[in-house]
Design a protein around this ligand. Structure first.
Ligand code: AMP
Ligand code: ZN
Length: 109
C-alpha cells in the first residue's frame, strides 16, 4: 500500500490520534503550521474532495460533522480554520482527502 494515510489507517504507521470512529480518523500533523494542526481523514480512500461521490451526502455530512467534533475535542471550537487542498495545483501533497484544522494563533483574514 503506497498511500501514507491508508497506512496510518491500517495501523502500519504511527500517528498521534485525537479522534476516531468507524469512518474517520483525526491525527496531529507531523509538520504543524500552527500550535494546533490536526488532519481529519476519511478511512475510505478518496484522492481529494473532487472524488467524493456526488450523491453521497451521508459521507460528506459525516466528514464535516467529524471536523466539528474534532475541533470540540481539541478545545478550539469558535477559533479554528479548516482547509482542504484539492489537487496538486492547489498544493495538495498527500493524495488522500483530508481537512486541516488549524488553531492557536492569529491568522490573516
Ligand atoms: P496537503 O498539502 O494538504 O496534502 O497536506 C499534507 C499534510 O500531511 C502536510 O501538512 C504534512 O505535514 C502532513 N503529513 C504528511 N505525512 C504525515 C504523517 N505521517 N503524519 C502526520 N501528518 C503527515
Ligand atoms: Zn489513502
Amino acid at each position: 500500500m503506497s498511500c501514507i494515510f491508508c497506512r496510518i489507517i491500517a495501523g502500519e504507521l504511527p500517528a498521534d490520534v485525537v479522534f476516531e470512529d468507524e469512518h474517520v480518523i483525526a491525527f496531529r500533523d507531523i509538520n504543524p503550521l500552527a500550535p494546533v494542526h490536526v488532519l481529519v481523514v476519511p478511512k475510505q480512500h478518496y484522492a481529494s474532495l473532487d472524488e467524493l461521490p456526488s450523491g453521497d451526502t451521508s459521507t460528506a455530512g459525516h466528514l464535516l460533522l467529524s471536523v466539528i467534533e474534532t475541533a470540540k475535542r481539541l478545545d478550539v471550537a469558535g477559533g479554528y480554520k479548516v482547509v482542504t487542498n484539492c489537487g496538486e495545483r492547489a498544493g495538495q501533497v498527500v493524495l488522500h482527502l483530508h481537512f486541516h484544522i488549524l488553531a492557536g494563533k492569529k491568522f490573516a483574514p
